[in-house]
Design a binder for this molecule. Structure first.
Ligand SMILES: *[C@@H]1O[C@H](CO)[C@@H](O)[C@H](O)[C@H]1NC(C)=O
Ligand SMILES: *[C@@H]1O[C@H](CO)[C@@H](O)[C@H](O)[C@H]1NC(C)=O
Ligand SMILES: *[C@@H]1O[C@H](CO)[C@@H](O)[C@H](O)[C@H]1NC(C)=O
Ligand SMILES: *[C@@H]1O[C@H](CO)[C@@H](O)[C@H](O)[C@H]1NC(C)=O
Length: 441
């Protein structure tokens, strides 16, 4: 199932072809794919300006600027999401002094995190290599395009990491249409590339009738069958959507369907059925996918970025739990379990169902399955270094978000890889259609 997100749609209209023609078709396709690398035209790259880049930015000089973007057959077959973290002395690729996009609570260096080894790892898939993010290639691929992050604060964390990873080439300008930081819009002038973020922690319509509640994190009303129009009204504007969600579903909530309360999560009321968090999560995902599929104009690619596990040890987030490990796990040292596993399975099953429908409708749904890689990174969270020691914050030890620079930078490696694959899938679709027309005529 892990691989399902990266395959293109199947070609079922070939029944009129004879077997020998199909064989010829497959052979031609394979030969052509093997010899033609994907090529993105070489545009003038903006030069690195010394005013925006401090001398501490280490990798600037070693970056290959060549625009030839290839995905070989090995990559096409490889499951890039299963592997191990291996040392990478060259990382990180930016610092808090060279990138202004780091969120206050993820600026771990600023708040005195003493170690930096957690920045110095890269992801090594078992069956192939995952190249380190190349910002020139990324911007070349997304030239004249637009990408939206939809979801919670870990999605915002991801976007800020991407801005920092791209900062070696260019910083975006702020073209937000609102003062609300939850809805930012960034524009890369030289590349005509727009990147936006939509705050939608439950992916569906919600409000917060009580700001306190039994866990002092508020009580929410989730309208599980209603679109969150703050983002769903804008779907058509984007070429790429990166959707995420999960963590917020553990909060006390009332579940509404058809405008009526159908249950709750930890509301402690006798007359309302208490459901596990996956009840709300599954329905919310279904509604989010339905919203995307309902947009007839939308021809873009939807990435589900699977949720990143939290790493509280020795207690819950509000019960003294913390994350103080200093290095990654090996894959045989930890397994997904408990509520992490439940969330993951719910997410996979709902994605799988949506993928079938998407394929029928010619929509592109892809799985960015970072759960396992991030499960192995208990060392990458801010812990107590997301604020000053004497500050009164709700999440004192943060084992949910990720320090910048840090392991979340690897998500850009995955994203770039998937965009390259997308290019290859599109090239393959075009090629096969051409061949079909040729042989049929
Ligand atoms: C960056 O981190 C250093 C510690 O390494 C800290 O002294 C400084 O205040 C931070 N700067 C910014 C702009 O966050
Ligand atoms: C910028 O990109 C948009 C699509 O996102 C396109 O419609 C527009 O023509 C592009 N502008 C320029 C100047 O190329
Ligand atoms: C449950 O009971 C409370 C008070 O007893 C009432 O206000 C509420 O409407 C009831 N909820 C449902 C879903 O019946
Ligand atoms: C921290 O803030 C909460 C609510 O914002 C307040 O109830 C509590 O008294 C504060 N604690 C301290 C030590 O200031």
């Amino acid at each position: 199932m892990k691989q399902s997100g990266v395959h293109g749609k199947n070609y079922q209209n070939t029944t009129h072809l004879t077997t020998s023609k199909i064989l010829l078709l497959i052979t031609l396709t394979l030969i052509t794919l093997t010899v033609i690398p994907l090529y993105f035209p070489f545009h003038k790259f903006p030069s690195l300006s010394s005013t925006t880049h401090s001398s501490t930015s280490p990798a600037t000089t070693t970056l290959p600027h060549h625009p030839l973007i290839t995905v070989d057959d090995n990559h096409y077959k490889c499951d890039v999401f299963s592997g191990e973290w291996v040392p990478n002395p060259e990382a990180p690729y930016y610092h808090n002094t060279t990138c202004w996009a780091i969120h206050e609570h993820q600026n771990c260096q600023k708040y005195g995190r003493p170690d930096s080894d957690f920045m110095k790892w890269r992801w090594k898939p078992d069956e192939c290599d995952l190249p380190i993010f190349n910002p020139y290639q990324f911007l070349e691929i997304v030239r004249d395009k637009s990408l939206a992050f939809v979801g919670d604060s870990v999605g915002r964390n991801h976007m800020q990491s991407l801005i920092c990873m791209l900062s070696r080439v260019e910083y975006p300008i702020d073209i937000s249409t609102t003062k609300d930081d939850d809805f930012k819009r960034w524009y890369y002038v030289s590349y005509n590339f727009t990147m936006a973020t939509y705050w939608s922690p439950f992916l569906v319509k919600f409000d917060q009738p009580d700001t306190d509640g039994p866990t002092h994190t508020g009580v929410f009303s989730l309208y599980l069958d209603e679109f969150d129009k703050k983002w769903t009204n804008h779907i058509d504007e984007f070429n790429y959507l990166v959707i995420n969600g999960g963590h917020w579903f553990s909060r006390p909530s009332f579940y509404y369907e058809n405008h009526r309360v159908v249950g709750c999560k930890f509301c402690q009321l006798e007359n309302v059925t208490d459901y596990p968090m996956t009840f709300g999560y599954r329905r919310a995902l279904r509604t989010a996918y339905k919203a995307i599929m309902s947009r007839k104009q939308f021809k873009g690619v939807t990435f589900l970025r699977t949720f990143a596990p939290m790493h509280f040890e020795g207690g819950d987030w509000n019960g003294g739990g913390d994350c103080i490990r200093k290095k990654p796990f090996k894959s045989n040292e930890i397994r997904l379990e408990g509520s992490n596993l439940e969330l993951y399975l719910a997410q996979m099953e709902e994605f799988d169902k949506a993928l079938k429908k998407a394929n029928e409708n010619g929509l592109k749904f892809r799985l960015m399955d970072i759960t396992q890689p991030m499960l192995l990174r208990p060392d990458g969270h801010p812990s107590k270094y997301g604020h000053w020691p004497n500050e009164n914050v709700t999440l004192y030890n943060d084992c949910v978000h990720w320090c910048l620079p840090g392991p979340i930078d690897t998500w850009s490696d995955f994203l770039l890889h998937m965009l390259k694959m997308e290019g290859r899938i599109t090239a393959q679709e075009k090629l096969v259609n051409q061949r079909k027309r040729k042989i049929a005529s």
